[in-house]
Design a protein around this ligand. Structure first.
Ligand SMILES: [Zn+2]
Length: 392
């Protein structure tokens, strides 16, 4: 059954891109190939709403996605921390005067970002996440609630509400935003601080490997602004961050609804989505053909990255998997297996004995480092980036 638009409720949409048998988790890894291949799958049917230009998976099933979220929670998988998260915490604390204040986080995982906020001077933090582990000892000032924010969070007195990398997982976007708005509207001093993956980059780079089952919503700056304004927020700041991979939005509740013009040009959004859909299908076909040709003529290639982008690529290409194994710098992933394909992950050092003819690099940003490593391990191996793979 196809879901209507979660933003404007219109049933009128156009199919942009479809993927079947998509593993419900892309960030998790597994101890055995059999377990990795046994991960439940779902359908991604990415559609663009005719009325409001919103891009979403109209086959998304929250119950199925919850299974994937449990795998990730069990493994503490998260890619959103580190130096960038620390800087973001510092900026929010400074810009919104949050020293000594109480801050709520919705979708807090195990509270890692709340730790960054406390490091920057926040006084107390309350995190909501249905999968939060509340039996673990927590640092002073942090409280985790193992439920959704909508179940009781609205009564908490706090200066700011943070929500990072959560809204793209929420199928009922508007009821969720309405609960956040009810909390925010209780005081003009309250602010909401959100971060989501930016769809602009996926569309412009035709990064089909970044389409995941876990994500039911694909926001651009314009559709994100539209969601906030429809929910009764006044957007104070909206920007692309982290190499244009994320969108950060900062907003307060409007005191009166002004019903202004939507930021979205639905026809333009639909046109951009159509270009992506056509190009993505062509690129998937091209990548499949190139990888299979490599496998037949030169032996199975190795893929450099044993994480979500590789899961996305192999899901799009389908069986049989045209790769020997994946390599990854992260020791926690070594001798583990990727969901869906069940492809093994090895340490890069293994390449010194395997000496594959070809290595395919998922993230072209690292091309010179990876080439330098290959020069030591297996100098005759040819390195091809994912972008070179589909270039004609
Ligand atoms: Zn819509």
């Amino acid at each position: 059954m196809a879901a209507p638009c979660p933003v404007c409720a219109s049933p009128e949409s156009e199919l942009i891109y479809q993927l079947d048998r998509v593993p419900v988790t892309c960030a998790s890894v597994f101890n055995s190939a059999a377990e990795a291949r046994g991960v439940p799958t779902g359908t991604v049917r990415l559609v663009c709403c005719h009325q409001c230009g919103f891009l979403y998976n109209n086959q998304f099933d929250q119950a199925v996605a919850d299974v994937g979220a449990r795998y990730e929670s069990d493994q503490g998988a998260s890619a959103h921390f580190g130096a960038y998260a620390r800087e973001l915490a510092l900026r929010w604390v400074e810009d919104y005067g949050l020293r000594s204040a109480t801050v709520i986080e919705v979708g807090c995982g195990q509270g890692e970002f709340l730790g960054h906020l406390l490091d920057q001077g926040v006084g107390a933090a309350v995190g909501f996440d249905p999968l939060a582990n509340t039996t673990r000892p927590l640092r002073h000032g942090v409280k985790l609630v193992a439920s959704r924010f909508e179940a009781g969070g609205e009564d908490i007195d706090a200066a700011a509400l943070v929500c990072r990398h959560t809204l793209e997982h929420v199928a009922d976007v508007m009821p969720f935003m309405a609960a956040i708005h009810r909390w925010c509207a209780r005081s003009a001093d309250r602010v909401v601080l959100f971060e989501v993956p930016a769809t602009e980059r996926i569309l412009s780079e035709v990064a089909f490997w970044d389409i995941y089952y876990e994500h039911c919503n694909y926001f651009t700056a314009n559709t994100l602004r539209d969601v906030f304004e429809r929910a009764g927020f006044d957007v104070q700041r909206l920007e692309l961050t982290y190499g244009e991979q994320y969108l950060v939005v900062e907003a307060r509740a409007t005191q009166q609804l002004v019903g202004g013009k939507s930021a979205v040009d639905p026809a333009g959004a639909l046109a951009a989505a159509r270009v992506f859909g056509g190009a993505a299908r062509a690129r998937v076909d091209r990548c499949r053909a190139r990888l299979r040709a490599m496998a037949t003529e030169r032996g199975l290639p190795v893929i450099w990255q044993g994480a979500s982008k590789t899961v996305g690529l192999l899901t799009a290409i389908g069986e049989p998997t045209p790769a020997l194994f994946a390599v990854d710098a992260s020791p926690s992933r070594h001798d583990q297996y990727l969901p869906g394909s069940g492809l093994g992950i090895r340490a890069p050092a293994v390449l010194a004995t395997t000496r594959p003819r070809d290595v395919v690099l998922m993230n072209p940003v690292y091309v010179s480092e990876v080439r330098a490593e290959l020069d030591v391990l297996t100098p005759h191996t040819q390195l091809t980036t994912i972008n070179q793979l589909f270039a004609t």
